[in-house]
Design a protein around this ligand. Sequence first.
Ligand SMILES: *[C@@H]1O[C@H](CO)[C@@H](O)[C@H](O)[C@H]1NC(C)=O
Ligand SMILES: *[C@@H]1O[C@H](CO)[C@@H](O)[C@H](O)[C@H]1NC(C)=O
Ligand SMILES: *[C@@H]1O[C@H](CO)[C@@H](O)[C@H](O)[C@H]1NC(C)=O
Length: 774
Amino acid sequence: MLVRLGLLLLHSSTIFSFFLNSSPTSQSRQHLERITSVGPRPVGSQENEVLTVGYLLKQIENIRLETAAGPHQLTVDVQRPTGSFSIDFLGGFTSFYDRVTNIAVRLEPKGGTQHLMLANCHFDSVANSPGASDDAVSCAVMLEVLHSLANQSSPLHHGVIFLFNGAEENILQASHGFITQHPWAKQVRAFINLEAAGVGGKEVVFQTGPENPWLVQAYVHAAKHPFASVVGQEVFQSGIIPSDTDFRIYRDFGNIPGIDLAFIENGFIYHTKYDTANRILTDSIQRAGDNILAVLKYLVMSEKLADSSEYRHGNMVFFDLLGVVVVAYPARVGTILNYMVATATFLYLAKKASLPGNGDLACATGVAVLSWFVTLLSVLIVALLVTLLGHSMFWYNHFYASICLYGAAATGKMILIHTLAKNLYYGVSDGLGDLYFDVSLLLWCCSLVWLTQQGLCSAYVPMLMVAFPLATRLLLAKEFKHRGASVKYSVLYLLGLALPYLHFMFLIWVVFEIFTPIMGRSGTEIPPEVVLATLVTLATIFLSSFFLHFIYLVRSTKWILAGLGSVFIIMFLLVSCGLFFPYSGSPDSPRPKRVFLQHTTRTFHNLQGQVESRDSGLWINSFDYTAIQHITPHIPEINDSIRTRCREDRPFCGYPWFLPVKFLSKKNWYLPASEVSPSSPLEFSLLSREETSWGTVKMTFSAKGPSHMSLYLMPHRGANLSTWSFGDGTPQFDLSGEYFVFYSHGLNAPTWTFWFEIQVLVSFWALRSTSCHF
Ligand SMILES: *[C@@H]1O[C@H](CO)[C@@H](O)[C@H](O)[C@H]1NC(C)=O
Ligand SMILES: *[C@@H]1O[C@H](CO)[C@@H](O)[C@H](O)[C@H]1NC(C)=O
Ligand SMILES: *[C@@H]1O[C@H](CO)[C@@H](O)[C@H](O)[C@H]1NC(C)=O
């Protein structure tokens, strides 16, 4: 499910290589090309269930034969689980799967083993994408890691299950089938999950745990090209990123700790037809293979795997420094360190305050905080203007344009406010530079204390942002006293700040790398200008903090203000003229606009079961804020006269949502079209209706149809859904109080039957279901 970063170029030369000769990498590439060559692999398709399964089984058999003489044994089991579960992703969400496919490969020393690692990838894809990065490349790498481990001449300590799972895109079904039903699942002690939120680049560790610090330690010790930060984990687990992985299933249904790894670069083409094998660099494959093999090997040899419960407690603070080393220490140590740094800072500030001739720190802090708010407000006004002028997302294909526009506005505004404060409020005064340095220190220190108190491991970021500047400043105090902000002072100061700043810039870069593409698929309701302008402003505020005091040290800011002002005005004019078109079809770096089109036939029945109305059309759903603005000029039929309104009396507005996100995509369109003639039409019927002795009405239904169906339920006012045949029996409703059941099946699935019980509070009820075909 996420970046080539300038800083990470350090990695483009793979100096250490587990794939010592380059052949496994080229083998992996071959697998990748073969798997993606069949095209999209949605669950239930011949491509997924027959061709890909066949290819994987054949490769695994080859590995088994080749390594049969060695110290390991390979057992292959094709599982076709049926099951159901609810998760609270996107409000509430229930999933039912029938005969989806798992290929589980158990590698262990001859004679068997008690404890297993699990490595998970998925080979299915969304319906419109060859799914090279999501997630065929991971399966290709896993095949070669399997090959390499199986071929080792010294036996492994524990075993590994390589799970090639064939139903992830239908919201995590196959992993659920494995972890809740497979006989081997009970022996799994920890897992590694390989995912994609982008196409290629480096794979980042974006969550670990829960708890179990030994897993992070294993990654720290073993990974050849570490790329990880606990900030990512805490952001991801806060739920801001609308995405989920099999990690959740293993954690919640298997109670197993693990490591979630994902490619994050170029999320613009994630889940599109452009996610092709040729866009995945050999470097990415090599890196992923190096890391996964090393980490798996380490874990499989580790004593901790056998009795992980003993090492279960506590979290780890971890982050990589420029991709070279990972720093990791227990959260408890982090807390002590953070409070020590905070105490040192407060002592320094208290000592400064007790000396005569120092400015008013409280007042200066007020000026700084005020400057933030005024800056944010001004930039948001610019963002609003851009939105009103109809140029939302101008940066989608020209990212630098957003930095030039919003970055220049934010930087200019900050400098302007402080220049005004210096000239009008303070008049001429010495020591202001010193004072504003202390302000930044104080503010970072406050956020350090606050985050630490919240128990967040991410507090290491403000800790670095306090410790390094403070130490640098103390070391340079003499130089500054003698010569002021001399060139020598400035250079040494910059050097002292370099490490925390580079790390921080790198985190900011990851944030943009992730959130910029997400704005292309976050629905029609969240204005992307507000999000991006806020991110740019926050980045400016954070990054400017330890440079703010230079404004008070330099003689004049006239020229820099004039420069920033010109950049801003020119950019604003260019944006207003519509020079930056958000999307691009260029083959090298496509930036497609995401639109969801569903050819739909809808039949509505009244409460007596008679057909009330029937219509057919193309249901059009924009994934982003610009809606159909750029489409109408090319396809005049798609215009605002065919806009639909939500019918509150129908489940999910009466439209076949693929995911229960109607609150995110309120603008949609319905263009009349001919009737749908699906190859496997839906047969839906009520099998029985009975009144239970506990006062509910139980209804049983059957549905036979295509591999993907959805059931939408909205009890009529006065009726309650009290229990059903899905999950643990407790109906889980979404944010709008409706129920969404996602169904999918593999090959040869029987008719789907399900039931639910309705408690009639008043004397009527209603139900409707729709299926979607595509
Ligand atoms: C497997 O082991 C043999 C003998 O040690 C070696 O020649 C071969 O290259 C190995 N293959 C892989 C894929 O590591
Ligand atoms: C909008 O679409 C409708 C339906 O296709 C069409 O009849 C109408 O002419 C379109 N309006 C414009 C302004 O193109
Ligand atoms: C009906 O369901 C709603 C929401 O689930 C709940 O708040 C209410 O208490 C239920 N009423 C009865 C009588 O069970």
